[in-house]
Design a protein around this ligand. Sequence first.
Ligand SMILES: [Zn+2]
Length: 422
Amino acid sequence: MEQLVVGLFLAAFSLEFLVEFGLNELNLRYLRHPGKEQRVPDYFQGKMSTGEFEMSAAYTLAKGRFQRWAEIYGRAMILVFLFAGWLPYFDQLSRSVAPRLLPFTQGTGVLFCLLVALFFWLASLPTDLYAKFGIESRFGFNKTSLCLYLTDKLKMALIGTVLGVPFLIVVLWLMDASGRYWWLWAFVFIMSFQFLMVSIYPTLIAPWFNKFEPLKEGEFRDRVIALAKQVGFKTSGIFSMDGSKRSAHSNAYFTGIGKTKRIVLFDTLLEQMTADQGIAVLAHEMGHYKMKHIRTMLVLQSLVLFAGLYVLSLLIDFRPLFSAFGLEQPSNHAALVLFSLLSGPATFYLSPLINLISRTHEYEADRFAAVALGEGRPMEEALIKLSIKNLANLTPHPWYSAYHYSHPTPAERIRAIRECMA
Ligand SMILES: [Zn+2]
């Protein structure tokens, strides 16, 4: 039975790897397709130089080539963790140390999960460092100093522990104490926790990493207020953020729920855009709010979580699952970790579906912006500028973008805006 479990896992794991690796290769080859004309794509003609176009191709190539090795390395680390004895070692270690270190019922489980988190955190450092200080620096995007990088990491570890440990204690306690339907209770708890996180993130967590300021007084702010009134978005919820502290990439986002909802514009974006373009970006973000996109995504996540917890409840007493990975004793904490690692190959195939929904949201928000402003041109220009400044890949392979992109390509978005305004 154990061999069957391992065999099934390895088959799904390898298939996932092949799909992921293959899509990246397709995307890289598509970029350098010898038959493909090396000219600036249609909507970008006259808006960007050949030099800028070549630079975006070079950036895509650098990231894609690195992705090859990062993918192999990341997969290898999962296999090392599962098959080189780390799992039973952490299990034994936490069973022997926790009674002294964390003397409460869930102490062993908490320590075990912390050890696993530490393992994967350390394992991800080399690729993370190279992506930031290698590639991002080479293309002039990285502005993070090593000191800021380390401070960020420490803060994240601290937040992760302060929020994560109580969360884990409750989940493990529910698994232990609430009987056959523990997974339903866990579902209710995890969703409430999720809701809490979404609502406290903008006001309590994000300000620990960045400064958020109301827009400066002036013509732009007056126009923003007028737009907010027209659309019905509360005007106190619009902020600029010092994104330039870490990266030259520019962006904007809508976040939060209920009272904490807000739109955040990176200072880098405000610098690059004309007032018209900035207003279009804001109108797009207000579109996300008006169309309740955050709520839809939360509902979707809850469905996945519900199904996942139900499957976990079926597997939790299945002994071969534990012994297949060297664990003599089944336990709730090992079940949680094993399940989150083994479910990767299953949830992997959900990500194109989630991305598809996310892309329809982007189309809706674009359409909302174009209708609110009465014209599509500023939104189109904003999209073009964002793509150029961020060296976006203007010609991704259609399969690659369908699978991985949470946003449609700029060309797809511009086409949709024109169709809607025609
Ligand atoms: Zn959007």
